[in-house]
Design a protein around this ligand. Structure first.
Ligand code: UDH
Ligand code: NGS
Length: 383
């Protein structure tokens, strides 16, 4: 009896032992075949992602975005959502198919009339967009700016609506000059180009007034073989019998388009026009001096509506502007976009802030007005 029991218990523990072996065997198969590869894979993915983030952080740093933005990974996520979009590898058509021509925008309901939720939804943080085909132009819109928040809101929405129809790859930069310095449109345009160059390889720069709204979407924001003045008429210069006008024949302000090479060739804008007036005429002299000329689109295409506004208190008329204009050709060789690169006559400026806002990239800069004026005084005035 005792022997029988002992025998039974032996066979029981044997089957327990066998069951134990089966469990160990199955567990090791699951571990080796499923768990380990999954852990390994996720570690691998994590490592890749962290490399990617590191790389993108570096890129962002190179693009001279502020430290606070480096921590804002929403930018990166947004960037990838572009990649996630079904982008075809075909060049966009020469004539964008969705254009509507003359726009019906009312000055009364500007805010509503320039809001198209669908197109705004496709704007990536920092005011960037990429069409579903390979864009024919990579355009940087540069807006010299101070204290016109309402205009900026209207203009940027308006541009996003239209530039997407134009199938451009673009980004909007708003370059603001900090107080107490007087406004300086030319200097801000130059700094905008410096910032845009650091950010990407744009094929076209558009220097854009904040209060000018394009009224015909056939006015493509592209560059050409000559610098382009995209305005054939503005409501600001309306006359009794003309809804849109220009103040004088050689006027080339408001909205202009130049390639990087054209901008460099003219040495960009002058930096010495603090306050209102003259910097645009000076730029026109520069363009002519190096054998280029401004060309305009068709008469009925380059139409702009001006958003009415009061005069700006920090942009008083510059009483010296006409005298300064006389030395345009002399200063062209000395100061301009070249002043922001290694140069004996380098201009120092500070970037106080750079922010990726929803519809544009905002850069706040500071310069020493008295310092710049002193630096170039001997080249100003009569040539
Ligand atoms: N700008 C600002 N803030 C300012 C001043 C200028 O954002 O305080 C920018 C803005 O992009 C504007 C552009 O610079 O569209 C040109 O400004 P402007 O003042 O030269 O031109 P605007 O036609 O006003 O808007 C003209 C009023 C001054 C008339 C003086 C003599 N006729
Ligand atoms: C010229 C100014 C330009 C200015 C244009 C239009 O006289 O800077 O008027 O001004 N040139 C000089 O002062 C040398 S506007 O009519 O828009 O006020 O753009």
């Amino acid at each position: 009896m005792g022997l029988q029991r002992w025998f039974n218990s032996l066979s029981n523990s044997k089957s327990i032992f066998n069951a134990f072996l089966v469990v160990i065997y199955t567990a090791s198969i699951i571990f080796v075949g499923v768990i380990w590869p999954a852990v390994h894979e996720s570690r691998y993915v994590e490592e890749k992602l962290s490399q990617l983030l590191k790389y993108e952080r570096k890129q962002l740093y190179r693009n001279s975005l502020s430290d606070s933005n480096l921590d804002d990974l929403s930018n990166l996520v947004a960037e990838r959502s572009i990649d996630g979009h079904n982008i075809s590898f075909e060049l966009c058509p020469e004539t964008p198919p969705g254009l509507v021509g003359k726009l019906n925008i009312s000055i009364k309901n500007l805010k509503e009339s320039v809001t198209n939720e669908a197109s705004l939804a496709r704007v990536v943080y920092g005011g960037r967009y990429q069409p579903d085909c390979i864009a024919r132009e990579r355009t940087a819109i540069i807006i010299p700016y101070r204290d016109r928040a309402e205009h900026l809101d209207i203009l940027t929405r308006h541009l996003h609506n239209i530039l997407q129809r134009q199938q451009l790859q673009y980004r909007i930069f708003v370059i603001e000059i900090a107080l107490p310095t007087q406004f300086n449109r030319g200097l801000l345009a130059n700094i905008g180009v410096v910032v845009a160059r650091e950010s990407s390889n744009f094929s076209c720069y558009i220097i854009h007034d904040v209060d000018s709204l394009m009224m015909n979407d056939e006015n493509l924001y592209r560059c050409g073989s000559q610098p382009r003045h995209l305005v054939t008429g503005n409501t600001k210069y309306a006359t009794k019998d003309k809804e849109y006008g220009l103040p004088y024949k050689l006027y080339m302000s408001g909205v202009i388009a130049l390639t990087d090479a054209q901008y460099n060739k003219a040495n960009g804008f002058s930096n010495v026009y603090f306050g209102w007036g003259g910097e645009d005429d000076d730029f026109n002299v520069r363009v002519a001096k190096v054998g280029m000329r401004f060309v305009r689109p068709q008469e009925n295409v380059g139409l702009y509506m001006a958003i009415p506004h009061e005069n700006d208190s920090s942009n008083p008329i510059n009483p010296a502007r006409r005298g300064t204009l006389r030395s345009a050709a002399v200063r062209q060789k000395i100061e301009g976009i070249s002043s922001f690169y290694k140069n004996k006559q380098k201009i120092n400026y500070k970037r106080y802030a750079i922010e990726y806002r929803q519809y544009y990239t905002w850069v706040l800069i500071g310069v020493n007005e008295a310092g710049i004026t002193q630096q170039f005084e001997k080249y100003m005035g009569a040539a």
